[in-house]
Design a protein. Structure first.
Length: 169
C-alpha cells in the first residue's frame, strides 16, 4: 500500500509505483483526502477499509502518509512499514510544516510517542537536507539516511525508489 503526503495524491508516488510494477510487486494507492486529512482518525479508518481483508500488507508512506501508516499498523496487519521523510515523532519545530499541514498541525506539533506493533518491521528513509520534516523526527527502526535530497524530491529520487523496491522485494 502506498500512502501519499498531506498535500498530495497517489500520483506523487508515480515513479515508485512504476518501479514496483516493473518488479511485479502488487500495490494499492488509496486517496485518503484531497488536500490532506482533516482528521487523522478518519484517514486511518479510510485506509484500513482499503486494505485487502485478512491479509498482511506492506505500507510505504511519504511524509504524513508515513505517520498515517504507523497509525494504520496499530489497527491493521502491517508486516513492513517504510516511511519516506515521515514525521514519526510529530514535527513540533517546523514552521513550514505548520503552514502546510493545516488541520493536522495540532497533532503534528505534539511530541508523538507512537510505536509500531512488534510484528511490524519499520524502515525510515530520510534526508539530512529535508527542510520540511526535521530528520530527527524521521528516525525509527532501520535508518536509511540520504544526503542532499529535498523533502519534495524524496519520493521521486531514483536511489530512494530503488531502496524502497529493495525493501519490499
Amino acid at each position: 500500500m502506498l500512502l501519499h503526503g498531506a498535500m498530495g495524491f497517489p500520483g506523487e508516488l508515480r515513479k515508485l509505483a512504476l518501479s514496483l510494477n516493473k518488479a511485479k510487486i502488487p500495490f494499492i494507492a488509496p486517496v485518503y483526502a484531497k488536500l490532506g486529512p482533516q482528521d487523522l482518525n478518519d484517514a486511518v479508518a479510510h485506509i484500513c477499509e482499503a486494505m485487502p481483508e485478512g491479509e498482511t500488507v506492506n505500507v510505504v508512506g511519504y511524509s504524513l502518509g508515513g505517520l498515517l501508516g504507523l497509525l494504520v499498523a496499530q489497527q491493521c496487519s502491517v508486516q513492513k512499514l517504510v516511511g519516506i521523510g515521515a514525521p514519526w515523532a510529530g514535527e513540533p519545530d517546523s514552521q513550514l510544516a505548520k503552514a502546510l499541514f493545516g488541520a493536522v498541525t495540532e497533532t503534528l506539533q505534539l511530541d508523538l510517542n507512537i510505536t509500531a506493533p512488534d510484528a511490524s518491521n519499520v524502515v525510515s528513509i530520510y534526508s539530512n537536507s529535508d527542510r520540511v520534516i526535521n530528520p530527527k523526527f524521521s528516525r525509527r527502526g532501520t535508518e536509511v539516511p540520504f544526503d542532499g535530497i529535498s523533502h519534495w524530491r524524496l519520493p521521486r529520487h531514483s536511489k530512494v525508489v530503488q531502496r524502497v523496491v529493495a525493501e519490499l522485494s
